[in-house]
Design a protein around this ligand. Structure first.
Ligand code: C5P
Length: 311
């Protein structure tokens, strides 16, 4: 039987984009963004251990469980294993690891689940392998894995520019309750950006307004909404329904497919949730209520913690 010498667990949070402006297309094919990220209390959990079997030496393995995991390969395309590989190369690591992912954040939902998992893998493996990695070391590794990954090293509320990886921490707003609506389909980030670029680039008004990106002076908006809603009209219906049920802001998150409504208190969020029961059923849309997660709470909960040792 394998004896586990060290075992760590890390919570990986989801995010929503409270606002997302697309400034234009860049020469590298990405889009220049100005967005406001916010961590929310919907989490995956990653478990890390280092087996002592000689067979395990130098291998990093990944297993996945959970309702949202059906479409998620546990192979080298998985961002968790790509994070592990990037860290091994950067710090010449020879040790192996066993990683187990318990998945709750929907895949292809615009909630950053894969990016969050990658950041958690960096954090967990730095702790497991006792690497002398600073935040400054991890930031470029995170950015090389995906545009949203660096945000998940920071948490709370932050403004993201560039591809989303150039971050400015923002003060936490008052706690909010969000009704998250998960349509029964995913949206491809690349497809939504592709469908959006024509509209965004011809909208010169968007260009000049982009300095104001919601929660920071200007109106909250998501420039990917028209493209996503042209691909799936159900998204618009959900967004309007959340507004009608009292959401102070109802938006697509990132490139979708999750739509969220924000509420100032739990009672209003619950009333909206109950009021939307018929629509949930009709559209086969799952919904859940989550709260926003401050940077301090994120810092406390997203750090690796030692699990009881077993063997
Ligand atoms: O960086 P990441 O791998 O998360 O991006 C996934 C895809 O989303 C990119 O290949 C690109 O098509 C699109 N994207 C973009 N502009 C961004 C971020 C993502 O066009 N700022």
């Amino acid at each position: 039987m394998t004896r586990t010498t060290a075992a760590l667990t890390v919570e990986a949070f989801a995010k929503v984009n409270r606002s997302l402006r697309v400034l234009g297309r860049r020469e590298d094919g990405y889009h220049e963004l100005d967005t406001v990220f916010q961590t929310v209390d919907l989490t995956d959990r990653l478990y890390f251990s280092e087996g002592e079997d000689a067979d395990d030496a130098g291998e990093v393995s990944l297993t996945i469980e959970g309702g949202a995991s059906n479409d998620l390969p546990a192979d080298s395309s998985n961002l968790i294993l790509r994070a592990a590989q990037a860290l091994r190369e950067r710090f010449s690591v020879r040790r192996g690891a066993r990683i187990h992912l318990s998945k709750k954040i929907p895949i292809g939902g615009g909630l950053g689940g894969g990016s969050s998992n990658a950041a958690s893998a960096l954090r967990g493996l730095v702790a497991l392998w006792e690497l002398p990695a600073t935040e400054d070391d991890l930031q470029p590794l995170a950015a090389s894995l995906g545009s949203d990954v660096p945000f998940f090293l920071l948490g709370g509320r932050a403004r993201g520019r560039g591809r989303g990886e150039v971050l400015t921490p923002l003060p936490d707003g008052p706690e909010e309750w969000l009704v998250l609506a998960f349509p029964p389909f995913a949206l491809s980030t690349a497809a939504v950006y592709g469908a959006s670029s024509a509209a965004a680039l011809t909208d010169s008004g968007a260009q000049t307004n982009l300095r104001n990106t919601g929660l920071d002076g200007g109106p909250e908006r998501n420039d990917l909404e028209p493209a996503a809603e042209s691909l799936r009209g159900e998204l618009r219906r959900l967004r309007l329904a959340l507004s009608e049920h009292g959401a102070t802001s109802a938006r697509l998150s990132g490139s979708g497919s999750t739509v969220f409504g924000a509420f100032g208190d739990g009672g209003s969020a619950r009333r909206a949730f109950e009021g939307l029961a018929g629509l949930r059923k009709e559209m086969t849309v799952a919904m859940t209520i989550v709260t926003t997660v401050s940077r301090a709470a994120f810092a406390r909960r997203a750090m690796p913690s030692v699990k009881a040792q077993h063997g």
